[in-house]
Design a binder for this molecule. Structure first.
Ligand code: ADP
Length: 749
């Protein structure tokens, strides 16, 4: 660069700097003027404000100022209203800031702190808690005041803050509901629960009284039922025994009427008791393992007498592949079955009553069981079918009026089924018959099915029965056990098959007794005449009452219909197993109930020893008379203590034990016997006058092996003995029904 160029550049820079300085100077002057103008304006405004403040009318009010004023007025009115409202409410309300210091609180909140001048805005929440606790303003739930304060303070550290109850010294109660608000504030609400707590306490008390009254009512009903059933045991039992003695027709009619009236009365007592329990929602189930097939069988056996009188066939078809042991309230299940089968027998003049049981896997070790009770009776018109499940409802027509009943049975049955989680239905055709069905899902009891003997495969059996249904049921039951079955529908057909020239090869004949033309015993006589010596089993609806002139002694066994398939199969096994027959083995320990004894000439055992404890002399008499036809060694104890004493002396095979007795009751006596030598294993069966499920709680759990309800039924008593028959003891013949011609005479007892 030349010297000239350098000088030119320097001059330009100096000129630019001078221009910039002039510009700044001008700007400073302008700002100064503006400042002076603003100062004047502010001064004028102040003057204006001052003038207004002195009350002089504002000559010039801007719009903004007017709005501001009205907003301020509105805000303060709203604030005032809000606080008035908050103060009027019964509940305490307060706001605390982020340091947990009181900002504001309504009168209700501050009310407990009256007389504590330090309670002002700014007081910490923890101090309020201290005043409440240490000055005795609240009840401390038993702990020291410091703990209570710490609990109250600790609450506020949680999120959300948990509720807490307060019980003030004067008896009032409150509930603290604290919430976090914006900016760390906490809004605290103390809801007054005094009225609600008092109301709750009153309700609690009312409920306690109602429950006590209901318990008293239930206890009263149970006691009444017990008190009525005990003498009824005498009436029904004695009438039953009277019917077994030689009587004139007139006397028999009287005895039968006493018995049936007694039984009807008992049914009414049971129905009314159950119904009142259902009404009070007091009916509960007590599930226990039980055998459904056996339960149905026992019900059928009990109702057999009534059915036989009218020549109605009672039949059972139990699904062969369905387990038999389930968990359910066996007493209630028996009640349902008794009602349905009882009705079927009651409303059927001729034909049959068939109980079918089928099942389906329902998962988790349960089965859905469908039970149907089908009869060929009077039927129910379609429009009546819905109504019969309602309480006190009976189909009221000329035909039906002949039958007695309370009209409660089906209501109770429906409620019991519903309680078991099932449902019940009816299908019926007037004049043709009815089919009542119910379905319940029950847990299967595994591993308890007694492994029973089955006859060897290939055993051949001829079944002779004029009833197609019976033939089919027996065929299916036996085939399922691997038995070859041939069927004959009459004695003549059986004779043609077994005698020359046909001489079909068979191992056993099973024949019905009641058949037209040739009955079971005549068939056997003809077979023997014809040289056929096959073992034969007789099926009879009343084994103890053979038809006049008929001889059943040639049969290996007489089984009561309907036959329990297990009994039949066991019997066949023993008949077709020569070793057992040789050994004369009639029963085994733990033999199945109804285990039919095989008649064997070489057998001779000792008598079964039975000890019965009952403080009521009439009951003793009834029991002794009911068992009189059996060859037993029966001893009686008048109370529990005597039962314990007699146990060691008599060494009974089975004990019947009344529950309520003086000195030592049945439970205590049983416990004592269980401690004695041989007492741990002896079967002890409780006798109770309570209806099933009522007052029986724990009977099975307290060392008893079974329960029988009074009035005692001879069938069930004998069944219990047969169930508990030990080895080496004379067999007990199958039970028969009241009125059967057993050799029973009334003595002094
Ligand atoms: P009840 O004590 O009168 O037998 P239930 O409740 O058991 O009371 O039955 C109600 C009514 O339903 C009976 O009175 C009868 O009219 C009718 N009923 C029940 N079962 C049958 C049946 N198997 N056949 C015909 N009618 C029946």
């Amino acid at each position: 660069m030349t010297l000239f160029d350098k000088l030119t550049q320097e001059r330009r820079a100096r000129l630019a700097a001078e221009r910039l300085r002039d510009h700044h100077l001008r700007r400073e002057q302008a700002l100064s003027l503006e400042h002076d103008r603003l100062v004047d304006e502010v001064r004028a405004l102040r003057e204006e404000l001052r003038r207004r403040g002195e009350g002089s009318p504002a000559p010039v009010g801007t719009r903004d100022e007017a709005e501001m004023a009205s907003i301020q007025a509105l805000a303060s009115r709203a604030e005032r209203r809000l606080w008035d409202s908050i103060n009027t409410i019964h509940d305490g309300f307060a706001v605390f800031n982020e340091r947990q210091e009181l900002v504001i609180a309504n009168q209700a909140y501050l009310q407990p702190f009256v007389g504590h001048p330090e309670v002002q805005p700014g007081i910490p929440y923890s101090r309020l808690a201290e005043i409440l606790a240490f000055d005795g303003l609240v009840e401390l739930e038993g702990g020291p005041p410091r703990d209570w304060v710490e609990r109250m303070v600790a609450r506020w550290a949680e999120d959300p803050i948990p509720q807490a109850g307060l019980r003030f010294a004067g008896g009032r109660t409150g509930r603290m509901l604290d919430r976090r608000a914006r900016g760390g504030d906490i809004v605290s609400l103390v809801r007054d629960t005094t009225a609600a707590t008092r109301h709750e306490a009153e309700l609690h008390e009312a409920r306690r009284r109602a429950e006590a009254a209901s318990r008293a009512k239930s206890a009263f009903l149970a006691n009444m039922s017990h008190e009525i059933r005990t003498p009824m045991n005498g009436v029904v039992g004695m009438a039953e025994l009277l019917g077994d003695t030689p009587l004139s027709d007139k006397q028999r009619l009287y005895a039968d009427t006493i018995r049936s009236s007694g039984e009807a009365l008992l049914n009414i007592i049971n129905d009314v008791l159950d119904f009142s329990k259902i009404e009070a929602d007091k009916l509960t189930l007590q599930p226990e393992p039980f055998d459904l097939e056996r339960c149905i069988h026992e019900v059928l056996i009990l109702l057999q007498a009534g059915a036989r009188k009218r020549r109605i066939d009672l039949m059972m078809d139990y699904d062969l592949f369905l387990p038999t042991r389930f968990l359910a309230d066996s007493g209630r299940m028996r009640q349902v079955l008794t009602n349905l089968v009882g009705n079927a027998v009651k409303f059927t003049e001729a034909g049959h009553v068939l109980i079918r049981v089928v099942g389906m896997e329902a998962g988790e070790g349960s089965q859905q069981i469908n039970v149907t009770v089908e009869d060929t009776g009077i039927g129910i018109a379609p429009h009546q079918q819905d109504r019969i499940f309602a309480e006190f409802s009976q189909v009221d027509d000329q035909v039906n009026r002949r039958f007695e009943g309370t009209g409660l049975g089906l209501t109770i049955t429906r409620r019991l089924i519903e309680l078991m989680g099932g449902r019940i239905w009816v299908e019926s055709e007037l004049g043709r018959g009815s089919c009542f069905g119910f379905s319940v899902t029950l847990p299967v009891v595994e591993g308890e099915a007694a492994a029973h003997a089955a006859p060897g495969g290939g055993t051949r059996v001829l079944v002779v029965d004029d009833s197609l249904i019976n033939r089919t049921i027996l065929e299916r039951q036996l085939q399922a056990q691997g038995i070859e079955v041939r069927l004959a529908e009459s004695g003549a057909e059986a004779l043609a098959l077994l005698l020359p020239p046909c001489e079909a090869r068979m191992d056993c004949v099973i024949t019905d007794q009641h058949m037209p033309r040739i009955d079971g015993s005549t068939l056997l006589a003809r077979l023997r005449e014809g040289g056929c010596d096959l073992p034969a089993i007789l099926l009879s609806s009343s084994p103890a009452e053979p038809d006049a002139g008929s001889d059943t002694s040639g049969f290996c066994a007489v089984l009561q219909k309907p036959v329990l398939r297990r009994d039949l199969v066991q019997l066949l096994a023993r008949l077709t197993d020569p070793e057992r027959a040789e050994a004369g083995s009639i029963s085994r320990p733990g033999a199945a109930p109804g285990d039919a004894p095989v008649r064997h000439p070489r057998f001779a055992g000792r008598r079964m020893r039975v000890l019965a404890a009952d403080d009521n002399r009439t009951n003793q008499l009834v029991l002794s008379r009911m068992l009189a036809s059996l060859e037993l060694d029966l001893s009686f104890a008048d109370d529990g203590q005597q039962a314990v004493d007699l146990f060691s002396r008599t060494r009974p095979d089975v004990v019947f034990m009344d529950i309520s007795m003086p000195r030592l009751d049945g439970r205590a006596a049983t416990r004592a016997i269980r401690q004695l030598p041989g007492g741990a294993r002896v079967p002890i069966i409780a006798l109770t006058a309570h209806v099933p499920g009522e007052g029986q709680e724990g009977v099975l759990g307290t060392g008893f092996d079974g329960v029988l309800t009074k009035p005692l039924r001879r069938n069930l008593l004998i069944d219990a003995l047969r169930r508990n028959l030990p080895p080496g003891v004379s067999p007990i013949p199958p039970p028969h029904e009241p009125g059967a011609a057993a050799e029973v005479t009334l003595g002094t007892g």
